[in-house]
Every structure is written in C-alpha cells, then in structure tokens.
Design a binder for this molecule. Structure first.
Ligand code: SF4
Length: 367
C-alpha cells in the first residue's frame, strides 16, 4: 500500500472511531456538524493547557456565561478576569487571554484570523493552540501537537527514545496525517487528542479498543505500556519564605497586597511575605526586616506550626506563617485591607488560598 493510501486509511479509521466514541464537551460540536465558535475553541484550549477537562468545564461555562462574546471579555476589567481564573493556575495565561481578547476585538473586529500563522501572532497563542483553533474552528488542515498527540505517535511508530529528542519527527508524522486530506480537519484534530486522552493514556493504553491496533507498532510488538521512554528527571529547586498573616486590631480585616503586573503570579493578590529564597530563613531579624508595616510590628506574633507547600512549574515553595494583629492605619499601594467576607472577590492564587486555609486551621483566634 502506498504511503498516501496508508495515511488515508488510518485517518478514516480514526474519524470513524471518533464519530461514535467522542465525549460531548461544552466547547465541542458533534462530528460532521458546523464547527463551534472560534471564541469557544480558543477559550477552552487556553484553559486546557496544563489542566484536565474535568477541572476546565465549570470554568469554561462560567466564562461564557459572564462574557458571552469576545468583546465582553475584552471590556471586562483585568482583575475580574484574574478573579474568575483563580484556581486554574498559570496566571500569565489569564493575562494573555485578556490581552488577546482586546487584540481580536480591536484589530480584527472581534473575529479570529483563520490561518495558524496569523493566529500565532496573537498574545498567548503558540503553534499548538494556533493549529487547534485553525483546524477546529475553521477546518484548516493543521497539525495540533500536544503531549497527548506526541504520546500516541511515539507509540504508533514505536519510538524508543524520550519524546523531547523526537519533537520534530513527531510533528512531521502529525502533519502527514493532517495534510493527506483537507476534509474534516477539525474532527481529525479532536479525534487524535481524544485517542490520547481516553484510550492511549499515559499508563494503561487500551489497545484492544483502539482503531489503530492492527498497525500500531508498539501494540504489535507488545511495548505500548513501556513507551514513551521517560527522560531523566530534573530535580525541582525549592524555595522558602515567611508570609505575614496580619489582621486589623478592631475590624479584623486582612492585610493583602497586589503583586507586580509582570512576572510570576503577575497582578494577583497575596498575603505579604519575605522574598522567596533558596534556603529557609534562620534568624528572626532577617524575617522582620521584610515586615510590611515597619511602624507597627505587633507585640505578639504567633509562628504557626507547619508550613504551606505549593508546586509551581519550575520550583517548589514552602511558606511558614507568622500571624499577628496591627492597628488599621492608612496604607499605600500595593498594600490594602480587605474584609474576610470579601476575600473571594480577589484574585488569590492557589498558594494564598492554601495559606489562608492553613491559618484558619492552625489559629482560629485570629479570625
Ligand atoms: S494501539 Fe495502543 S498504543 Fe497504539 S495507538 Fe492505540 S492505544 Fe495507543
């Protein structure tokens, strides 16, 4: 069989399987029906980066309820978008989401461009997302290669070296499949992703249910579950800090501050803390030198037992907590007071929510 015939056959097998086995998701159109709005495809793809479908569904529904059109999202205050995003992590994505909504609204009259090349020029859209939007929303044949797709193709071709050594080759394989036919481009993209998410899963590939089982080289040679080969693990650095959980003496309000717009957790709200450094702080003076209110360090501080740990992409953070109460005096930005009951209105990242819960558990007298 010629290579083209083989690709067409494999594509057909995959699309037929997808017709009957696709999951119904709020941002998806059933196979063979008109594509979903590009706004929905884009929003779901950005949310799905590094996050699983189950977690994304309620966020996606909340966003399209609150901001039904891209123009609505563009005109929303960034803080509202960050607050709605809180819990999905990777806040740079939420900031880019807002930026991108503004660019599409202002420069493209609210309509996403259709080619992967133009899509890639928009904020927060990389090659994978551009190909996913172009194919799913506009039926443009384009290969969207994410981790799922890489795993499926690594197994299909029984590649025995780690994925990171074969990125280019895997992209070529995906492109061959995408370009061999220009029909059903969106369904093909979603079918390949679906295969990786539901059958060709990381630990237990369900080969007997797979439409490609007869030609998949890993399955045929009995090594499917052993692939892809893992690259040697890189050790994540650890960082340490102390957070100040300060309440106002009379009103019980909490002292918060807004992080700088750029950088990690940019524009999010946090409990003030020492800088995060490579080793735990050993001396009290070192911690106190970063106290956010130099004029009224409380006479009584409670150092709460335990610590709060959070795994960021590139490092693990351990925060200890010092809790105390201080006079409620005028503050200057980025510090501000917030009532306990209003805490949910602020874009608090997961680490700060954990810290709040930890403090509630360890020290109810402050709340
Ligand atoms: S046959 Fe198994 S290993 Fe091969 S693509 Fe299908 S699920 Fe993955």
């Amino acid at each position: 069989m010629s290579k083209e015939k083989e690709l067409k056959k494999r594509r057909k097998q995959l699309l037929e399987w997808y017709d009957t086995h696709h999951r119904s998701l709020p941002w998806r159109s059933p196979p063979g029906t008109p594509p979903p709005p590009a706004y929905h495809v884009w929003l779901s793809e950005i949310m799905l980066q590094q996050t699983v479908v189950k977690v994304v569904i309620p966020y996606f529904l909340k966003f399209i309820r609150q901001w039904p059109r891209i123009e609505d999202l563009a005109s929303a205050p960034l803080d509202d978008v960050l607050t709605a995003w809180a819990g999905l992590g990777y806040y740079a994505r939420a900031r880019n989401l807002h930026k991108c909504a503004n660019t599409v609204t202002q420069d493209y009259d609210g309509k996403f461009p259709q080619s992967p090349e133009q899509l890639q020029k928009l904020p927060g859209i990389g090659p994978y997302t551009a190909a996913a939007i172009a194919s799913i929303a506009f039926n443009v044949p384009a290969a969207a290669v994410d981790g799922n797709v890489e795993r499926v193709l690594t197994r299909y071709y029984a590649i025995t070296t780690p994925i990171r050594n074969n990125k280019k080759q895997l992209k070529t394989y995906a492109e061959q499949l995408a370009h061999v036919d220009d029909k059903n481009a969106g369904d093909l993209t979603q079918a390949l992703m679906e295969l990786g998410a539901t059958l060709c899963t990381p630990t237990k590939p369900d080969c007997p249910s797979c439409p490609w089982q007869q030609t998949c080289m890993a399955h045929q040679t009995g090594v499917a579950a052993d692939l892809p080969k893992r690259a040697p693990k890189q050790i994540k650095p650890e960082r340490y800090g102390t957070a100040f959980f300060l309440t106002a003496e009379k009103s019980g309000k909490l002292l918060l501050q807004k992080r700088p717009e750029n950088g990690l957790l940019g524009g999010m709200v946090e409990f003030p803390s020492t800088p995060w450094q490579d080793a735990a702080y050993k001396k009290e003076q070192d911690i106190l030198s970063h106290f956010p209110l130099p004029d009224h360090i409380p006479a009584v501080f409670k150092k709460l037992p335990g610590r709060v740990t959070h795994h960021f992409t590139h490092f693990t953070l351990h925060l200890t907590v010092w809790a105390g109460s201080v006079p409620e005096k005028g503050l200057s930005a980025p510090l501000f007071w917030a009532a306990q009951e209003d805490l949910h209105k602020y874009a608090l990242p997961s680490i700060m929510k954990k810290l709040h819960n930890h403090t509630l558990k360890e020290n109810k007298s402050f709340l």
